[in-house]
Design a protein around this ligand. Structure first.
Ligand SMILES: Nc1ncnc2c1ncn2[C@@H]1O[C@H](COP(=O)(O)OP(=O)(O)OP(=O)(O)O)[C@@H](O)[C@H]1O
Length: 271
């Protein structure tokens, strides 16, 4: 079961007299939903993600996961970064085992690892050395390690940005499909509008100085999504306009609260 997330009036400064990095953020994220955060560099996406992970406590307001205030990190709230963070002196299987060992879930360890490697398409590389894998395969190992502990929530901080376009798209589709199948709540930070649209049931556009939610858009397209489909293209254009507006219009010249707009329901064909 995925975690429900409540972002409850978050304002943040890294130091008492420093700039206000995030201001008055409010949002509820339903259990099992997939959210993408996009916005100009420096608008506070990673800062917010760290707060959801319990790695950073906001100066004002709080994050609640399943109704409880977050005060520290938790093994069921998994974070994946641009670099997969694997240990090169351990093989694939040993890397995947780490989360399970760390959380004491060592019953049927081999079976569980095999299941995860099957899920991410790496069953035949279980004994391989990390440095012998491609970047995409390494991210798959990191994903298998994250999924092995049956997380309630996965937080992704531009995890595919170093990958080639083909691998990147495959992983976007696979990760969002696995998260939906398993009911895991997924929050993705990205600079890439297509990535946000490939994965997000909701896309949140943030503005900077200070970081606010400028636009919240529910994306009513079925999965897997096809970037060539006219409905996808139309929503991409709309999202780009919102992104542009978030860069061009300073936050303090408009209401900093969030707006919500749901596009007309559009079914998208696969292929
Ligand atoms: N530990 C820190 N101490 C002081 N300021 C920080 C710290 N971490 C981030 N900042 C500042 O907070 C602001 C938001 O940073 P953050 O990394 O969250 O933005 P971002 O939207 O994720 O950017 P990018 O897209 O470039 O990764 C920036 O101005 C950054 O310089």
């Amino acid at each position: 079961m995925g975690a429900s997330i409540q972002i409850n009036g978050i304002t943040h400064q890294f130091s008492p007299k420093g700039e206000v990095v995030l201001q008055d953020l409010m949002m509820d994220i339903g259990a099992g939903s997939n959210i993408a955060l996009i916005g100009e560099s420096g608008c506070g996406k990673s800062t917010l993600l760290h707060m959801l992970a319990g790695l950073l406590i906001p100066s004002e307001g709080c994050v609640k996961i399943n109704g409880r205030q977050v005060t520290r990190a938790h093994p069921e709230w998994n974070m994946m970064f641009q670099r997969p963070g694997l240990y090169p002196w351990l093989n694939v299987r040993q890397n995947v085992a780490l989360g399970l060992q760390f959380t004491g879930q060592t019953q049927n360890l081999k079976g569980r690892i095999d299941e995860m490697l099957e899920l991410v398409g790496l069953r035949d590389r279980s004994e391989a050395r990390i440095q012998d894998l491609s970047g995409g395969q390494q991210q798959r190992v990191a994903l298998a390690r994250s999924l092995a502990v049956e997380p309630q929530m996965i937080l992704l901080d531009e995890p595919f940005s170093a990958l080639d376009a083909f691998t990147r798209r495959n992983l976007q589709l696979e990760v969002s499909s696995i998260a939906r199948d398993k009911g895991i709540t997924l929050v993705l930070v990205t600079h890439d509008i297509d990535e946000a649209l490939n994965m997000g049931e909701r896309v949140v556009v943030m503005g900077r100085n200070p970081g606010t939610f400028r636009s919240i858009m529910d994306i009513d397209l079925s999965f897997p999504r096809n970037p060539m489909h006219p409905a996808f293209t139309e929503i991409r254009e709309d999202l780009m306009d919102r992104f542009r507006a978030s860069v061009e219009t300073p936050a303090d010249s408009e209401t900093t609260g969030h707006t919500s707009q749901t596009p007309d329901p559009k079914e998208i064909a696969n292929g």
